[in-house]
Every structure is written in C-alpha cells, then in structure tokens.
Design a protein around this ligand. Structure first.
Ligand SMILES: Cc1cc2nc3c(=O)[nH]c(=O)nc-3n(C[C@H](O)[C@H](O)[C@H](O)COP(=O)(O)OP(=O)(O)OC[C@H]3O[C@@H](n4cnc5c(N)ncnc54)[C@H](O)[C@@H]3O)c2cc1C
Length: 524
C-alpha cells in the first residue's frame, strides 16, 4: 500500500473506502488480504489521538486476527473482572471477564492510536490497497455499473473517482450516510461525559474495571497499557465542557484516587454519547460500517467492536463478488446479518447504563439492592456475572442454510497441522471458504467435478482430527489439540465455514455433496 496525496489519485478502483479510522483500517487490511483493489481516502493524514475506545472483547480480537494482526501487534491488558460499587451498598455486582474464548482474552484494554498504527502497518503490506490522505468525500452518484464519487483535496480542487463499490467508514457524522439518505432518525439517548486519561500510573493503576455507580456522579474507571489509567465522569445538567476540563477541576475529580502532585493528565475530552442505528447499512453499491452505521454509549465497550464485526462480515463478501466467485446479490446479507445484532448491542448498552448508573438515589438503591440480592441466587447471578446478557453473535437470517448449527461462528481452538507447530485454528482456515470434515476427509465425500467447482469459488478442504488421529486423505489435516472444534461439531459431521468463520452449513457426511451444492447456490 502507498500513502499519498491527491497527485496520484487513481481514476478508478474496485472498492472506494471513505474513512481511515480503526474500522476503515480494518476493512482496508481485510480487503488487502483478499487482494481487492481498494482506494482509501481520509480528510486527515494522522491518526486521531483523542481518548476513545479502550476495551475490546474476544470477538473483536478474533477479527483483528483475521485482519492479520499478531498477538503482540499492539499492547493489551487482560481484564479479569468488572466490579460495580454503590456508595451505600458497597460492591453489588461483578462480571467475570477472566479467561479466554476462541483463543482470545474475554476482555482487554488497549490504546486506540496504537491499534490504528498496527492496522495501518498491516495495510501497508498489501499492494492492492492505496491510501490518499487530505481528501474528503463531498458527493456520490450511483448508476447500474458503479459509483462516481466527488472528492475534494485540501486546496478545494474536486476529483472524480469511479468504483464498483463504496464503503462509508467515515464515522459518526458520516457524509456517506447523509448522501444515501440514511441519517440517524428520531430522538436519541444523549449524555455528556468527561473522559480523562492519566499517565505514569505504572504499578499504581487498578488491574480490573470498576464502575463507581454514584447517581450524583457515575464514574467508570480502568487501567490501560503504557502506564495509563482512565476515568469517565458523567456531567450534571448545567456543567460545561470548558469548565470541566480545567486542570483544577480534573485534580478535584481524581483526588479520590491520585494526589494532585502525582497527577499527570495525558488527554481529556467531553463527549456527548448517543445511541443510534440507521435503517439500512446498504443502498445499492454503497455500504456503511462502524460509527457511520451505528453509535452506542461505551458502557459495555462495544462501539468499535461492532464496527470490527461489520468489517469481517462485509469484506469477504465484497472480495468474493469482486473475484467473480459470488453474485452481487449476496451483498444484501451484510445488512440482514449485521444490523439486528448492532441494534441489540445498542439496546444492551442503554439498558446497562440504566441498570448500573441510574440517575436518582432512590432508583439506584432499589436497582443495586435488587442486583445484590440476585447475586445470592446462582442462576440469576450468572446472567450478569457470566455475561449471559450479551447478545450472542449468531444470525437469525442471512447467507447460510437454516439449521441448528448454522448462522453462528465456528469455535476457535489450538490445532496441530501435519508436521507443524501448534497454531490457532483460524490460521488454518485463513481467507477461504472451508469444507471441514470432522474426523473424515471431506474431499473423499465429493466427486472430482464437485471438488473442482468448490475450489473455483474460493473453497478449500480441511480435515479436523481428534487428538492423536492421523490424516486419512488428501485434505489439509489438523489435529484438534484443545478439543474446541470437535465437540462443537461431532466427529462424522461436515461443516461449511465462511471466511468470517460463520458456519454456512453443517450436517452428516452423507450430505456433504448436497451441502456444497446448496452453499454454491447461496453464492449465486
Ligand atoms: C470516550 C469513548 C470511549 C469509547 N470506548 C469504547 C470501547 O471501550 N470499546 C469500543 O469498542 N468502542 C468504544 N468507543 C467507540 C469507538 O471509539 C468508535 O466506535 C470507533 O472509534 C469508531 O471508528 P470508525 O472507524 O467507525 O470511525 P472514526 O474513528 O470516527 O473514523 C472516521 C474517519 O473518517 C474520516 N472522515 C470523516 N468524514 C470524511 C469524509 N467526508 N471524507 C473523508 N474522510 C472522512 C475521519 O477523518 C476519520 O478518520 C468509545 C468512544 C468514545 C468516544
């Protein structure tokens, strides 16, 4: 990838990506991996340094793995638990975030600019992706064959770029969203919060996340890599950003945790948190992703996470269409699959805000008292403590055959390839559509024309064996070292797994050929 100005702006590209924030960078990294010709533009050249996302879950980390980021590409702190404190009742609830799911910690904190740098470094490895900074989208027009975008450079000169598909990852005030008539409708939940990141907190910061649930001034608080610690304070009616960001005000707010002489403020900002989702993530050849499509209060750390899920879902579909392996009709499944889940996450974030941080003392005593009582009953406690309230990342409708196993993601575990060292299983699935035989060689279940038509659509064959089993055919063989994959789908079963790890089809070996035919038909 090259970073350049409008002087080398190409006249046409397959995908024009507007916005090079974290979601745009993840999309660019994925499209680069798939080899799709992509032009990324952003009105800025630099990464924003303002305090924004700080927490990512295992699903987000798995998408970043798909985008090619190594585990050490950016620093992270694994968070073992989230504690909720009431000024009157003490700790009234906790969420257990220790351990890992699908090979990644359940919850980490990180430093957003460092993640964005890591993504941009990854994008730079792909020759099919070009980044031009200092350009902003001002208009777009669609016709039957493509999209024409008007982009303006810093000198005010307008340029035309023609593309097959345009993706708006241009943030909460998205111009793309505005141009396709999808502006966020209706009233919005809106609260002002002061975000403060302190530095030089090595050895002093807490090791978990805590929510100080005081209705007079709710304040979540958490550690972050690089010796940072963050506090978020809800503003009261009448409080102004300029006044709240004054050094003496910050020192007073943080006085409970840090002595004024030890206080080093790295950055602070007042935000108005909203909860909005547009009515469609697609119009014709134009798609919305990340904050351009949905915004949420950050109480459950899901804004960026939702954008990364968008990226994983959309990019392989664009790639398959661009390579001629799938019909453009499959692109409609991006909205069908992603929008309901994004809405559920927004609803959960609002609900959590109301539960954890009610605005009156009476309500907080009632709700937090009730939550404390619920904590005494194990099945009720698990709803909150084991994050059962988090909407499952499983689709009801979309680009998959209906079935008990389909529409959700295949688990990720540790596998050992033949004559290789142990790796996470997504490394083996890589960027392809996989026909996986569990305990069986999937190639042996198809005849040669079926195998050829599968390969011709970006398909590969993988045999997953139980620990200690040997390869029994010519498919790529891996041994399931953590028993994560085989229990998910029983031995003697076959599954079709999309490049975003969603199970597209699953069934007994006898149905393998039919399953392949049905999946190819879904791509037509
Ligand atoms: C205080 C705070 C805490 C948060 N905490 C979390 C958290 O813990 N976990 C989490 O998952 N999320 C969190 N979020 C949300 C997260 O930060 C956002 O969801 C994420 O940064 C959005 O990324 P994006 O790439 O969609 O948009 P942005 O980062 O806004 O990027 C949009 C890009 O588009 C460019 N652009 C805009 N218009 C144009 C145009 N017309 N032409 C060209 N370029 C354009 C902009 O310059 C920008 O670079 C938090 C947010 C805030 C404010």
């Amino acid at each position: 990838m090259s970073a350049s100005s409008s002087a080398v702006l190409p006249a046409s590209t397959d995908v024009l990506l507007i916005g090079y924030g974290p979601v745009g960078a993840c999309i660019a990294a994925l499209l680069g991996r798939y080899g799709v010709s992509t032009l990324v533009i952003d009105r800025l050249s630099e990464i924003l340094l303002i305090p924004r996302a700080i927490a990512l879950d295992n699903e987000a980390l798995r998408v970043l793995q798909m985008a090619g980021l190594e585990e050490d590409a950016f620093a992270r702190i694994a968070i073992p638990e989230v504690r909720m404190h009431s000024p009157w009742l003490g700790q009234f609830a906790r969420a257990n975030t220790a351990g890992s799911i699908d090979g990644h910690p359940r919850l980490v904190t990180f430093y957003q600019p460092e993640l964005e740098q890591a993504l941009r470094r990854k994008v730079a490895e792909w020759p099919s992706v070009q980044f031009c900074s200092g350009l902003q989208l001002v208009d777009l027009k669609q016709d039957a064959d493509g999209v024409t975008a008007e982009v303006q450079d810093a000198a005010g000169v307008q340029h035309e770029v023609r593309c097959n598909y345009l993706v708006g990852a241009d943030g909460a005030s998205s111009k793309v969203r505005n141009l396709i008539g999808q502006d966020f409708q209706g009233t919005t939940y809106s609260e002002d919060w002061l975000i403060v990141d302190a530095s030089q907190r090595e050895g002093k910061a807490i090791d978990h996340i805590e929510f100080i649930c005081d209705p007079r001034r709710p304040a979540p608080h958490m550690p972050a890599p690089g010796g940072r610690e963050r506090w978020e304070f809800m503003l009261q009616p009448g409080e102004q950003a300029a006044q709240m960001e004054q050094p003496e005000q910050l020192a007073a707010l943080l006085g409970r945790w840090i002595k004024p002489e030890e206080l080093h403020i790295e950055r602070q900002a007042v935000y108005r948190f909203h909860a909005r989702c547009c009515d469609s993530f697609q119009q014709g050849r134009v798609f919305l992703a990340g904050d351009a499509a949905h915004i949420t209060p950050p109480f459950v750390g899901q804004g960026l996470v939702a954008g990364l899920r968008d990226a994983a879902n959309l990019c392989w579909k664009l790639a398959w269409v661009s390579k001629g392996w799938a019909a453009p009709a499959i692109l409609a499944s991006y909205d069908t699959e992603r929008r309901p889940h994004a809405r559920k996450m927004i609803a959960m974030a609002k609900q959590m805000g109301h539960l954890i941080m009610p605005r009156s003392i009476l309500r907080s005593l009632l709700i937090h008292g009730l939550m404390r009582l619920m904590g005494l009953v194990p099945p009720l406690r698990a709803i909150f403590e084991e994050l059962q309230i988090k909407p499952a990342n499983r689709f009801v409708q979309g680009l998959f055959a209906k079935g008990r196993m389909t529409g959700g993601q295949l688990a990720q575990g540790l596998v050992r390839p033949t004559a290789g060292s142990i790796v996470l299983s997504d490394q083996v699935l890589c960027d392809q559509l996989s026909l996986i035989g569990f305990g069986v060689d999937p190639q042996a279940l198809l005849d040669e024309p079926e195998r050829a038509s599968w390969r011709a659509r970006g398909g590969q064959f993988i045999q997953v064996g139980l620990r200690g089993q040997q390869a029994s055919g010519s498919s790529t063989f891996v041994e399931d070292m953590s028993d994560a994959l085989v229990p998910a789908i029983k031995p003697g079963q076959v599954a079709v797994v999309r490049p975003d790890r969603v199970i597209m089809h699953a069934g007994p070996v006898g149905q393998a050929a039919q399953m392949v035919r049905e999946c190819l038909a879904l791509l037509d």
